[in-house]
Design a protein around this ligand. Sequence first.
Ligand SMILES: Cc1cc2nc3c(=O)[nH]c(=O)nc-3n(C[C@H](O)[C@H](O)[C@H](O)COP(=O)(O)OP(=O)(O)OC[C@H]3O[C@@H](n4cnc5c(N)ncnc54)[C@H](O)[C@@H]3O)c2cc1C
Length: 413
Amino acid sequence: MLGAGVVGVSTAFALARLGHDVTVIDRHRDAAGGASHANGAQLSYSYVDPLAGPAILKSLPRYFLGMDRSVRMGIRSSSGYLSWGLKFLGNCTPGQYRANLRERAALSRQSAMVFNNLVESLPTGALKPSASGKFVLVDTEKQLENEKARQPVYSGLGLDRKVVNRTEALTLSPVLAGIMQRFCGGVYSRTDLALDPAAYCAALVSGAQNFGTTFMFGEAVTGFAVTGGQVTGVRTANGCLPFDRVIVCAGNGTPELLVPLGVPVPVYPVRGYSFTLPSGEKALSVSVTSLRHKIVYADLGDTVRVAGFFDINRATSTIASRLRELLNLARRIWPDAADYDHPCSEWTGCRPMTPSGVPVTGESPVKNLYINAGHGSLGYTFAAGSAARIAAMIGPANERGIPDDGEPEYAAQ
Ligand SMILES: Cc1cc2nc3c(=O)[nH]c(=O)nc-3n(C[C@H](O)[C@H](O)[C@H](O)COP(=O)(O)OP(=O)(O)OC[C@H]3O[C@@H](n4cnc5c(N)ncnc54)[C@H](O)[C@@H]3O)c2cc1C
């Protein structure tokens, strides 16, 4: 197994639970060292609309011209960016958008189910969401009407969404008083959760270790050993390690590893930023997303995670100013959500985005080499479901294997 982000640790746990001898290799010193580290912390099971769709087309000029605070697209040319961008545009047709939404909804439903099983399987309290319920807020009546009109589509996809106006939102969650004057309502999802992704990874690492999984941190994989069209091991600076199967959960590192094998994976990094802040006077106890500003607020107990912005193909020299912009904008939108003057930490990371918004999950053309990557802006949400899909493809190692949706078994190990 390659990669110990939310996707890698979820996959390792799912396979270890099926009785496989699993080794996870990651170049970071610990789990969640990449895109998973301090993400928005939302398990956003109900709001899974892909970025690529007809609606984004009219905003693209503003993004390219730097006229939108929350989304910036650089114009530096690179062949990877160009081909990814063209595929992204190909996914903006109404038909492709609907197909991608359906895929993401199915993965999301499965992920919610598997996450609940994980809560039951791991020791009590190991996976304890810090907030439940999420509002995605919109600022115009027209958007609210659109959300209402589309409600049957989402209900048909099994997504738990309720359109609420400002008064209804405040009744459901009076803590929103400090933010609702800017918004006319939004979509409320009762079953969406918040949980620190670093805590999620730590719990899954420990759970996988209890099933015998080995973690090799601080080790970079440089390539694969392939014999007769079949993967036989991975190469690192310290030599070649033999494995029967390899699952690549390397997020943004996936394309450069697989291109030499003739397996192109259309994953492109989309940068975002986050702050972890001391909680404000009142606990938020819900998650909130501002659709227009592309900012999320998640209650993590003593702290609040504020995350957001989508920057594509931009110089890293802009990171410091973008962090400042995020903090200032988040404060302006919801002043009493957190103590903005004393951030506990700041962070930036890149979402591993596919053009369609649907992750690449399955066996590659190289036998016994699997890919679980490209989870984009909802990788944390999708991690449990896509791990279960890989585990189902590979199947139990032997009679010790426990089916993914089986009874809690942790105590028996
Ligand atoms: C600002 C921001 C906010 C977000 N908010 C949310 C949210 O609220 N909800 C949500 O669902 N998603 C969110 N996401 C998206 C989510 O964080 C990602 O989709 C997810 O973390 C991807 O997980 P991953 O395991 O695929 O990748 P990573 O976490 O990046 O893991 C890949 C791992 O592979 C390792 N690796 C790569 N190449 C090699 C190599 N050659 N050798 C050894 N190791 C290697 C890396 O070190 C890394 O640890 C957010 C992302 C960002 C940036």
